[in-house]
Design a protein around this ligand. Structure first.
Ligand code: FMN
Length: 207
């Protein structure tokens, strides 16, 4: 470590020990600052040369975070893109109709519908595949592997930040990516990689 520890090793271990997936979300809003803190944990710029909170092979940064904001204070329910350069959200389209995300689930994951917000981790996979083509061995597409790995790193960052914001989260990859791409109105060169559902964990009655 070159700078003083921000959290102690013990605190960090405790955070990791408590990390669990949440599939039951309270029907309450989250705050815009919480959503932004989570997105920043996923792709925020943290280095003077544009480095981000999650690592990226060759600093290619092929990921795009599209926020499906159903119930975020201060945000009209809609789709938004996260811009790391200025830590800003820009409206990207209308919310998909109710049931569309559930229909895209391969396992009836209704938490895709219930969460007050879903961060959809998207990527320009073609760009990554083309960029790393010279590293391909026996036809396997290394760029695809790198994108999946980077999405995993971003997802874990965002899950842990969600916990710090007193929120629960779950990563969902069992989806029909093509169906989601259409309903999220993604550009032709952008694909869905994973979704992180985020929201309040219901308080359980004592006893
Ligand atoms: C790559 C990956 C894909 C996953 N996809 C789904 C999914 O489609 N639906 C779901 O409910 N959970 C999904 N999960 C969450 C796992 O089911 C969960 O992490 C596992 O049950 C362990 O529980 P824990 O996260 O609470 O420790 C996924 C997790 C990973 C790492």
């Amino acid at each position: 470590m070159t700078s003083p520890a921000i959290v102690t090793a013990q605190q960090f271990s405790a955070l990791l020990a408590q990390r669990r997936s949440t599939r039951d979300f309270e029907d309450t809003s989250i705050r815009l600052e919480q959503a932004l803190a989570i997105l920043t944990a996923g792709q925020g710029i943290t280095g003077s040369e544009g480095q981000r909170a999650a690592p990226s092979a060759h600093r290619l940064y092929p990921l795009l975070l599209r926020l499906l904001a159903r119930n975020v204070q201060g945000l009209e329910p809609a789709l938004y893109d996260y811009f790391p350069e200025n830590n800003e959200l820009k409206r990207a389209g209308e919310l998909p109709a109710e049931g569309v995300l559930l229909d895209a689930s391969l396992a009836s994951d209704f938490w895709l519908e219930d969460a007050p917000c879903v961060v959809v981790i998207c990527a320009n996979i073609k760009k990554a595949i083309e960029h790393f083509v010279e590293q391909d061995i026996e036809g396997q597409q290394r760029g695809q592997r790198y994108v999946d790995f980077e999405a995993g790193a971003a997802s874990q960052n965002m899950h842990l930040q969600s916990m710090m914001e007193d929120l629960g989260a779950i990563v969902v990859m069992g989806v029909n990516e093509q169906a989601l791409k259409v309903s999220l109105q993604l550009a032709d060169d952008v694909e869905v990689v994973a979704a992180l559902c985020v929201g309040h964990i219901p308080a359980h009655p004592l006893g």
